[in-house]
Design a protein around this ligand. Structure first.
Ligand SMILES: CC(C)(COP(=O)(O)OP(=O)(O)OC[C@H]1O[C@@H](n2cnc3c(N)ncnc32)[C@H](O)[C@@H]1OP(=O)(O)O)[C@@H](O)C(=O)NCCC(=O)NCCS
Length: 176
């Protein structure tokens, strides 16, 4: 059974762990966002991961002692909770890890007294990206509704040169 906990602050000083979790996020996002970014754009690096861990925002999933998933949880200035960096290890897909991570995020947000859980989705507008289409369908099935849609390059001008294809920036909310 998958075990989900927040990474302890001490993990931010554990180089081997930082490299492992950074590699997991980068490998999963490279595949999951194939065709969206220009080559060699990593989702994160060890320094950013250490900052996220020190802030107490990274939850990790283990299965049989192995790291198999991640999710970043934040409290936004507007009072919503947000999850991001949701990954399940490529060798452990469709086994409920993603579902358990989202359930963990929802429980955490409720415990914090936060009424809305937000997620953001980068979504190509000129062709169907199968993984993004799956994610949109899944999030919708489990109660997330589209509350905001904008052009990604306009929303994040500093990232515009890095995207290889026009994308929308979608924001979903779930009332908890
Ligand atoms: C999103 C992700 C974490 C899901 O993890 P997972 O552990 O494989 O998913 P689960 O086994 O928990 O399944 C969740 C649901 O998706 C379905 N599903 C899983 N993989 C699927 C696939 N490739 N195609 C269609 N449906 C799929 C499951 O049947 C399940 O549906 P249900 O809850 O209605 O029964 C994983 O696909 C991933 O890491 N993707 C790449 C990273 C990414 O895009 N992250 C999100 C950025 S917003």
């Amino acid at each position: 059974m998958v075990d989900i906990t927040f990474a302890p602050a001490s993990a931010a000083d554990d180089t081997a762990f930082l490299d492992e979790v950074t590699a997991l996020v980068n490998v999963v996002y490279a595949a999951g966002e194939k065709g969206i970014w220009r080559d060699e754009t990593n989702r994160t690096d060890a320094a950013e991961m250490a900052t996220i861990i020190r802030a107490g925002e990274l939850a990790i999933a283990h299965l049989g002692g192995a790291l198999v998933g991640t999710i970043r949880l934040q409290r936004l200035p507007g009072g919503e909770a947000e999850f991001g960096m949701l990954t399940a290890h490529p060798q452990h897909r469709n086994a409920g890890i993603g579902r358990e991570l989202v359930a963990f995020a929802e429980s955490w947000a409720r415990e914090q007294g936060l009424a809305v859980l937000q997620l953001e989705l980068l979504y190509p507008t000129e062709w169907e990206h199968p993984i993004k289409a799956f994610l949109r369908g899944w999030y919708t099935r489990i109660g997330y509704r589209l509350v905001h849609e904008a052009d990604f390059a306009e929303s994040y001008p500093h990232l515009a040169p890095l995207v290889a294809t026009p994308c929308a920036f979608l924001v979903f909310h779930k009332n908890l």
